[in-house]
Design a protein around this ligand. Structure first.
Ligand code: GAP
Length: 407
C-alpha cells in the first residue's frame, strides 16, 4: 500500500536518510538487495548506541551494589526454551495458525551430534539459567538483580518501521529477584527508575505514555505488565516494558534460593524492566531531531546531550591547503582533545558552512576552527550546534572549557 505523504511519514524518511547519509545505520546486506529486519551500524550510529548502552550499564549496574552483570551465550540448549514455554507459546498468528517466531538453527557437525538450538528471543533466560551460578559465586541477599545487554532474535512476520521491528535487535534487561510479598513495591520502584533513565538519556518525555497491558495481551509468564509507549511518527507504540514475572521462570528451571534471613529454601519472584536498545536509539533520534532556519536555509540537527552524542567535538583547519593551519589544528588542538575525550573527529572536507551542516546532522555539540588569528593569538572559534553562535577560546583552556560544558 502506498504510504500517505504526511508530515509524519516525511519525518521518518528524513531520519532514515540522515542515518544513512551520515554513517549511522545502513540496511543489512544492502549491496545484495537488503535483508528484511536487519540493519548494519556505521561508525556514528555505533558510537551513539554504545553511549546509550554504557549510560544504562553505569546507572543500573556500576552505580548499584545489588546488581550482577552477565553475558550469557546466545545459543542455548533447546530444553531451556521448552521449559519456559517459548517452544509452545512464542508465536504470532499467521493465516489463522500460530507461527513460532523463534529462529531455529542446528548445532553440531556429526549426524548423531546435531542438536536443534534457537537464537534467543530474549536475553532474560541467559540470566535465569545463571541464577544459581550467580548466587553461588556472589552470595547476594534479596532483593538483588542480574543485568544483561545483548542481541535477541525474532523471526518477525512483518519487520517494519526502520529499527522498530527487526529480526535481529538488542536488549538491555534486568531480572530483579524479590520476596513475593514485595512485588508491588518493587514494580513501582522500577517503573520510576525506568522513567528517570529515559529522561536522563534525552528521550522526549512528553511523547512517553504508560499502558497497563490487559491479561489477554500479556506474555504467558507475566501477571502484570506496563508498556512504555512512545509517539513514533508511525503511531503510538511500545518502547520498553516492565513485567512482574512472578516465580514462573525460576520454578520452570527448578531453581531455588536458600534464604538465610527467613531460613529455608524459597523461590524468589521477579520484576523485569526491559529496554530495547534499538527502540531507545530510535526514540532518542526522534526526540533530538530539530529543524530551524539559518542564513535563509533550513538546517536539520540532532540535539543530543553532549554526554551521549556520538562526537563531542570536531576540529577543522579553516583551509585545508594551508599547512601552517593544518599543522596547528592537528598538533595543538586535535591530538590533545582526542586523547582527552576520545570522541573527537577531524573534519576538513568542504567549506566551513558544509562542515557545520554535516556536524549538525551528526549531532556534534561543538565545532572548533583554527584560523589565521589562531596563529598569532592562540585562540580558536568554538561554534555551538544549537545556537550557531561562535566564541573565541584560548587553546590552552579548550579542554577545561569542554569539560565544564560536559559536566
Ligand atoms: N524479556 C522480556 C521481553 O523480551 P518484550 O516486550 O518481548 O519482552 C522487550 O521485548 C523489548 O525488546 C521491547 O520493549 C522492545 O524495546 C524490544 N523489542 C522487542 N521486539 C523487538 C523487535 N522485533 N525489534 C526491535 N526491538 C524489539
Amino acid at each position: 500500500m502506498k504510504k500517505e505523504n504526511t508530515e509524519e511519514n516525511n519525518l521518518m524518511e528524513k531520519i532514515v536518510s540522515l542515518c544513512k547519509r551520515r554513517g549511522f545505520i545502513f540496511s543489512g546486506s544492502e549491496i545484495y538487495g537488503g535483508f528484511a529486519g536487519t540493519y548494519d551500524w556505521g561508525h556514528f550510529g555505533l558510537a551513539l548506541k554504545n553511549n546509550i548502552k554504557q549510560n544504562w550499564w553505569k546507572k543500573f549496574v556500576d552505580s548499584r551494589r545489588d546488581m550482577y552483570g552477565i553475558d550469557a551465550a546466545i545459543l542455548m540448549r533447546q530444553e531451556v526454551w521448552q521449559a519456559t514455554g517459548h517452544v509452545a507459546n512464542f508465536a504470532d498468528p499467521l493465516d489463522g495458525k500460530a507461527f513460532n517466531t523463534m529462529l531455529k538453527t542446528q548445532v553440531g557437525a556429526k549426524k548423531d551430534e546435531i542438536a536443534v538450538s534457537y537464537l534467543r528471543p530474549e536475553t532474560a533466560q541467559g540470566m535465569f539459567v545463571n541464577f544459581k551460578n550467580t548466587v553461588d559465586a556472589f552470595h547476594p541477599k534479596l532483593p538483588f538483580g542480574m543485568a544483561q545487554i545483548g542481541k535477541a532474535f525474532r523471526n518477525e512476520i512483518a519487520p517494519r518501521d526502520f529499527l522498530f521491528r527487526q529480526r535481529e535487535f538488542e536488549q538491555m534487561e534486568i531480572e530483579y529477584f524479590i520476596r513475593a510479598e514485595d512485588w508491588e513495591k518493587y514494580f513501582d520502584y522500577w517503573k520510576d527508575e525506568m522513567l528517570v533513565w529515559m529522561e536522563e538519556v534525552g528521550i522526549d518525555m512528553s511523547k512517553v505514555h504508560e499502558l497497563e497491558v490487559v491479561k489477554e495481551d500479556r506474555a504467558h509468564y507475566s501477571s502484570r505488565t506496563i508498556d512504555f509507549e512512545f509517539d513514533y511518527p508511525f503511531g503510538k507504540k511500545e518502547l520498553f516494558g516492565l513485567a512482574y514475572r512472578t516465580d514462573f521462570d525460576l520454578k520452570t528451571h527448578k531453581l531455588e534460593y536458600i534464604d538465610e534471613e527467613e531460613g529455608g529454601k524459597m523461590v524468589p519472584h521477579v520484576i523485569e524492566p526491559t529496554f530495547g536498545v534499538d527502540r531507545a536509539f530510535l526514540a532518542l533520534i526522534l526526540s533530538s531531531y530539530k529543524e530551524d532556519e539559518k542564513d535563509g536555509e533550513v538546517r536539520s540537527y540532532l540535539k543530543f546531550k553532549p554526554s551521549i552524542a556520538p562526537v563531542i567535538c570536531a576540529v577543522s583547519p579553516l583551509l585545508k591547503n594551508k599547512p601552517e593551519l593544518v599543522e596547528y589544528a592537528n598538533t595543538k588542538v586535535f591530538v590533545p582533545l582526542k586523547s582527552e575525550f576520545g570522541r573527537v573527529i577531524w573534519d576538513d572536507n568542504g567549506n566551513i558552512g558544509k562542515r557545520y551542516r554535516r556536524q549538525d546532522e551528526i549531532g556534534t555539540p561543538w565545532c572548533i576552527v583554527v584560523d589565521f588569528d589562531t596563529l598569532t593569538n592562540n585562540t580558536v572559534t568554538v561554534r555551538d550546534r544549537d545556537t550557531g553562535e561562535q566564541e573565541r577560546v584560548k587553546v590552552s583552556e579548550l579542554i577545561s572549557y569542554i569539560k565544564d560544558k560536559l559536566d
